[in-house]
Design a protein around this ligand. Structure first.
Ligand SMILES: Cc1ncc(COP(=O)(O)O)c(C=O)c1O
Length: 417
């Protein structure tokens, strides 16, 4: 086993990312959010912090359009999904897992169900398409004992957006609970948790919400709480939705008979508070529109210069019969044209044009790059113009056949709307 700590380097302590346009699949932090991270650390159990914590939960309910309990947890989004599956799935229970292609994030949740003893029924979409609701309906009709449906809103390996509203209706008609992995979308896309019948919705803090990593969000409906209450077997994870609720909702983050709530990541929550406050101040609908426009401008700009995007959609967005529910507003996934090497391209884009993008993951590693549209700095028109023109220049330098100027023209058309 290779241990990274055997080679200690202080290179990154220079924070040489400062000043770059970071369009990785995580937010660039707004200055007010960064300042909140640097405030003197407060007590995790004092009234000052707890007021911030509960205020943030209330603002998140507004953004997620829900009356469900919103928990702000700690750790990775994967961990929040793990607590969710541990709490919601009982050994032997049949769960419908929706997987896009072999997307690593939907495969991960499927594996979690197996870890906690669930029996998985899989509905798999083709690699570059959203899941077909008819396939979901068929699986539910063939398996009347399915109690839970789990689906990614966006499979970030491909940038594909699934029709959550339709799947939510099918789950409700079938009297199954509906869990959605909305890691990249909350905060930048209109996810209507209550209207769409989502019982448990899990989101990252560091993507659409524009806050740092470390404080994933989980909304839990009354129906989901009822199911947890009625479990036949104990939850096989010390930390879980029920315990977190007891500490942070029922006891309001204070101690339970002298047993203190776990110490929250105070500064991260303060930064999250700033990020969601900014969304509400800018306007929730306006924020979603800004993300949508940026994503459309990027997709059309990329296609305009002659490159292909995932998912494989040939429409122009304005005549989209999927009403924009096919591609995602959270990220754009771009295929490398023949002859362009990932490492050289991303190095040129970074070192010459100060633009950082994410690489492909899973089966698409080395075949695509991914541009984030997560949080305000990433979706401002000036960011999109800089990205499109720099991608075009870098591609030309790599020898790709590019329709010069066409990308920027298409981008401009959308951004002027
Ligand atoms: C859809 C989806 N689910 C889960 C995750 C996992 O998030 P984390 O890396 O915070 O555990 C990601 C991360 O990109 C994601 O896009």
């Amino acid at each position: 086993m290779k241990d990274a700590s055997s080679k200690i380097s202080t290179k990154h302590l220079r924070f040489d990312i400062d000043g770059k346009i970071n369009l990785h699949t995580g937010a660039m932090l707004m200055p007010n959010v960064r300042r909140a991270l640097a405030i003197p650390m407060m007590s995790a159990h004092g009234t000052e912090f707890l007021e911030i914590y509960h205020n943030t939960r209330r603002m998140l309910q507004e953004i997620m359009r829900t009356k469900s309990t919103v928990l702000i947890t700690v750790g990775t989004t994967t961990l929040a999904l793990d607590w969710t599956v541990a709490s919601m799935v009982e050994p032997g229970e049949k769960v419908l897992a929706i997987v896009n292609g072999h997307g690593i994030f939907s495969e991960r949740t499927k594996e979690m169900i197996e870890v906690y003893g669930g029996k998985v029924v899989t509905v798999r979409s083709p690699t570059d398409e959203p899941v077909d609701p008819l396939e979901v309906e068929k699986a539910l009709n063939n398996n009347h004992d399915i109690q839970t449906v789990i689906c990614p809103h966006v499979e970030s390996s491909y940038g594909t957006s699934n029709p959550i509203e339709q799947i939510g209706k099918l789950a409700r008609d079938h009297e199954a609970l509906f869990i959605v992995d909305a890691a990249p979308t909350i905060g930048g896309t209109d996810v209507r948790v209550d209207d769409w019948g989502i019982d448990v919705c899990v989101s990252s803090s560091f993507k659409g919400l524009g806050a740092p990593m470390g404080t994933p969000i989980i909304s839990v409906s009354q129906k989901a709480w009822d199911k947890i209450e009625k479990r036949q077997s104990p939850i096989r994870s010390y930390h879980n939705l029920q315990r977190w609720r007891q500490y942070f909702v029922d006891a309001e983050g204070k101690s339970i008979d002298g047993d203190p709530a776990p110490s929250m990541a105070v500064n991260n929550v303060c930064a999250l508070h700033e990020a969601v406050r900014s969304i509400i101040e800018d306007g929730i609908d306006e924020t979603f529109l800004l993300h949508n426009r940026a994503a459309r401008a990027t997709r059309l700009g990329i296609r305009g210069m002659g490159l292909e995007v995932f998912p494989n959609c040939t429409m122009t967005c304005t005549d989209c019969k999927h009403k924009g529910r096919y591609c995602s507003d959270a990220l754009t996934v771009v295929k490398y044209p023949t002859g362009v090497e990932e490492e050289k391209f991303r190095k040129t884009l970074n070192e010459k044009y100060d633009i950082i993008v994410s690489g492909g993951v899973g089966e698409l590693k080395g075949k695509v790059f991914r541009i984030g549209h997560m949080g305000k700095p990433q979706v401002l028109p000036q960011t999109i113009f800089a990205a499109i023109s720099s991608i075009e220049n870098s591609m030309i330098e790599m020898g790709a056949k590019i329709k010069t100027g066409e990308g920027i023209r298409k981008t401009q058309e959308v951004l002027q709307q």
